[in-house]
Design a protein around this ligand. Structure first.
Ligand code: NAD
Length: 299
């Protein structure tokens, strides 16, 4: 029997994810506050409805892809209060990047009402969301994680369970803190080479085959012209915004305060991205690999 997914939040990520659920044969009842996002979802075969509450009625799965934890808590608990109208047999998958505490609250409130819920934040960005190749890092009960597989595998190709409620968010925060650290380190090394007369393409080729190799060099070179099809070649448009990286580094800082963990490199990366954001108008909307501009400015 055809299963129904309610999809809330059809932005850069959610739009592509909802389209892949339609392609996989789900009926998708979709809602977003933005009329442009609604139109895009309609074009990809979603049934666009006029409220989040209308979307969840009778749905087997609820997927949300929203900007932050305050909005997620509002949609599920305090504002739209979707948990009060979602069917008891449904499974909630919140794929937004939020604090582990936001996920734990939503999942505990769902459990009080007899509804199953997991956190399932993603890695991979807008291109992977459109291609259906996201990585999902999930937190929640094993049975609920297993029950979510048909939906997750329609949107992603690498699916993990990190642990109980909120664990998916912890994994996401750790991963993105490391991403920020190796991107700033890669930018720093490349700019040092450039300032000392090296061709960035030649230096990149050398480091790719040496001990400095890492994902930023392999897939996302920050120097314009070194690599095709990455934001550095497109004036840092598209990709993963500085503002979103700052949100994730803020979540890492918050998590480290709670656990009394030392994150000196993460804190340095957060400060560098903050300085970068403040270095010009609209820098927050550029792709995060534009951090190399901060090093260029030191010339
Ligand atoms: P986005 O701003 O493009 O999309 C969010 C959408 O949510 C918008 O269309 C907005 O209108 C909608 N929205 C906001 N409040 C709403 C409400 N109350 N009800 C219904 N819709 C509402 O953001 P995005 O880039 O798609 O990111 C979404 C989430 O995914 C964020 O948590 C982000 O951190 C995470 N994420 C993004 C990327 C990326 O590369 N963009 C990668 C991994 C994870």
């Amino acid at each position: 029997m055809t299963q129904t997914v309610a999809f809330i939040g059809l932005g850069n990520m959610g739009g592509g994810m909802a389209a892949n659920l339609v392609k996989a044969g789900f009926v998708v009842n979709a809602f977003d506050l933005s009329s442009a996002a609604q139109e895009h979802a309609r074009e990809s075969g979603c049934h666009v409805v006029d409220s989040a509450r209308a979307a969840v009625v009778g749905a087997d799965f609820i997927v949300s892809m929203l900007p932050n934890g305050t909005i997620v808590e509002s949609v599920y608990i305090d504002g739209d209060a979707l948990l009060d109208v979602i069917d008891k047999s449904a499974l909630v998958l919140d794929c937004s990047t939020v604090a582990p505490a936001n996920s734990r609250r939503v999942e505990a409130e769902a459990a009080k009402r007899g509804i199953r819920a997991i956190d399932a934040p993603v890695s991979g960005g807008v291109a992977a969301a459109a291609a259906g190749t996201l990585a999902f890092m999930c937190g929640g009960a094993e049975d609920d994680y297993q029950a979510a597989q048909p939906v997750l595998s329609a949107m992603g190709s690498n699916i993990f369970r990190a642990g109980d409620a909120g664990a998916g968010q912890v994994a996401k925060i750790c991963n993105n803190m490391l991403l920020a650290i190796h991107m700033t380190g890669t930018a720093e090394a490349l700019q040092l080479g450039i300032d000392n007369g090296l061709d960035p393409k030649a230096l990149s080729d050398i480091m790719l085959k040496s001990s400095g190799s890492n994902w930023s060099l392999q897939k996302y070179n920050p120097v314009p012209g070194v690599m095709d099809g990455v934001p550095s070649g497109n004036n840092y448009q598209g990709g993963f915004m500085v503002d979103l990286m700052l949100k994730d580094l803020g979540l890492a800082a918050e998590a480290s305060t709670g656990s009394k963990s030392s994150i000196p490199m993460g804190a340095a990366a957060r400060n560098l991205f903050n300085l970068h954001k403040r270095s010009g108008e609209n820098v927050g909307a550029l792709d995060f690999s534009s951090i190399i501009r901060l090093y260029e400015q030191g010339e």
